[in-house]
Each structure stands twice: as structure tokens, then as C-alpha cells.
Design a protein around this ligand. Structure first.
Ligand code: SF4
Ligand code: SF4
Length: 259
């Protein structure tokens, strides 16, 4: 296939292995417009939370410690293995999960886990009509989830932090007003606030809201501005899993430093 032979490629998935990286570079070479498609390609998504560990830690957990694993020889995947028939190869598993744009040049971004169907249709129509926006654009609306959420916003003061199962949701009031953390203020709209509409707080799969470069930092800042005292912050049981569930790999932190 000659270079730039493919008009558009919707690239799904983060870059975790050597194979992912090779495929990203190959498709970049063969494609005119490369679209980072979905939260993994755009922001690293949940697998980006693996950046709190390294390959050794991940292999230890996956191949030694999990309750269903019996591995007395402590065998882990090797990149090369000699067998009678020749040499077998496996792609290298990297220490750090990267986004597509941290690996190759990306033309457009369409996030979500999964991306909302109407936005996929809009993107496809823009391609067919040759009406794509400038390179680097996010093919999503330019507001936050709160702008499309029907829940009533009141005084938004956080005096304690509760999990969703600890409240009797009135199904009308903003979750933050009910003391439940909702990532709506820091998350880009496009899904029509489908989680709050079915009585679950937004966990942030749409990626950072417009004008926000670090989704977790923006949400932590929002929480700090409405918390009535510092004890509230201490009640957040899993701050990284809460604020960076979908975007750690694409954050300012990117990963935990492991000596
Ligand atoms: S914080 Fe959540 S529940 Fe409140 S308005 Fe925003 S999206 Fe809706
Ligand atoms: S409400 Fe939030 S978590 Fe739910 S689909 Fe929309 S962006 Fe994703």
C-alpha cells in the first residue's frame, strides 16, 4: 500500500506495547487523516492508570499474584524465545502507557468510552462532505458535561464526600450538591450527560473539557473551590482513580516516578 493511500483512519487504543507503536507509525505513514478515536487513543483511558506502576509491577500482579494464577516457575512473557522450530517473538511491553499523540502526529481527536454515536456520525459526515475543521481539532462540542446535564445546580458546597450508594439520589439535583463527586465540570460534553441522566455521576470518559489541559487537576481545583474544609479532601478515597480515571497518561503527571 503506498504512503497516504488511506484517506481516514480511526485509531482505537492506547500505546502500551511495541506492536501498538509499530502499528501507529505504519498507519500514520499510510493515512492522510489520522483520528485518535476513543478515550484510550486520546487520553490513555483506564489502562493509563497502569502508569502508577511499571512493567515489573504489572507482570508481578498479572502473572504471579492474581488468585487464579499458579506459576511456581515465575514465568513472564519474554520478547524472544528459542524453540525447536526457530525463534518466537512477542512485542515488548512498555513501562509507560502513551496516547496516540504522544507517539505520532495526530490530525483529529474524538474521545469517549465509547465515543457517542451522534459524534461518530458527525465526524463521518464531515469527512464525506470534506468539511473537517482545522488540523488538531477535537471533533466534539466545546462545552462541559454540566452544560448539557439536566440536573439542577444549587449552591455546590461540599461538606463531605459520599459514594453513590450512600445517598438516596433525588434524580433531579446535581450530584455535587448531594455530596457525590461528579466529573462533569472537567469533562467535555458530547454524550448528552448520559450518566447523570441515568443516575450515575460522570466519571470523565469524554476527556478534558475545552480550555482544560489537565482534566484531573481541573477537577481537583473545582473540588477545592467548593469544599467547606480540608477534611473533605481527605475523604476522597482514591484521588487518582477519581480525578484521572481516563486521563492519567495525558496529564501533566503522565506517570508515577518509580526508582
Ligand atoms: S456536576 Fe455532574 S450532576 Fe452536577 S451538573 Fe455537572 S454533570 Fe450534572
Ligand atoms: S457522562 Fe461522563 S462518564 Fe458518562 S458517558 Fe458522558 S463523559 Fe462519559
Amino acid at each position: 500500500m503506498p504512503d497516504k493511500h488511506i484517506d481516514v483512519c480511526f485509531f482505537n487504543g492506547a500505546i502500551r506495547t511495541e506492536e501498538n507503536e509499530r502499528m501507529a507509525k505504519l498507519l500514520r505513514q499510510k493515512t492522510k487523516a489520522l483520528i485518535a478515536f476513543g478515550s484510550c487513543a486520546c487520553d490513555g483511558c483506564v489502562i493509563g492508570l497502569g502508569n502508577l506502576w511499571n512493567r515489573e509491577n504489572v507482570f508481578e500482579r498479572a502473572y504471579m499474584e492474581t488468585p487464579s494464577t499458579k506459576n511456581p516457575q515465575r514465568t513472564t512473557p519474554q520478547t524472544h524465545l528459542k524453540v525447536n522450530e526457530g525463534e518466537l517473538e512477542l512485542p515488548e511491553f512498555y513501562d509507560t502507557v502513551k496516547t496516540l499523540a504522544q507517539t505520532v502526529d495526530v490530525d483529529y481527536f474524538l474521545s469517549g468510552c465509547p465515543p457517542p454515536v451522534p459524534l461518530i456520525i458527525n465526524a463521518a459526515m464531515a469527512i464525506f462532505k470534506n468539511e473537517l475543521p482545522p488540523k488538531g481539532s477535537v471533533l466534539m462540542p466545546t462545552k462541559s458535561i454540566c452544560d448539557e446535564c439536566p440536573r439542577e445546580k444549587k449552591d455546590k458546597k461540599l461538606s463531605e464526600v459520599k459514594r453513590i450508594y450512600e445517598i438516596e439520589d433525588d434524580q433531579e439535583t446535581c450530584f455535587l450538591d448531594q455530596q457525590v463527586i461528579c466529573m462533569g465540570p472537567a469533562t467535555r460534553e458530547g454524550c448528552e450527560a448520559q450518566c447523570p441522566k441515568v443516575n450515575m455521576p460522570c466519571t470523565g470518559c469524554g476527556g478534558p473539557s475545552p480550555r482544560v489541559s489537565d482534566q484531573g487537576a481541573a477537577m481537583a481545583g473545582a473540588i477545592a473551590s467548593i469544599a467547606t474544609d480540608t477534611n473533605v479532601i481527605d475523604q476522597i478515597m482514591d484521588p487518582i482513580g477519581t480525578f484521572y480515571k481516563f486521563s492519567l497518561a495525558n496529564s501533566i503527571l503522565k506517570r508515577k516516578v518509580i526508582e
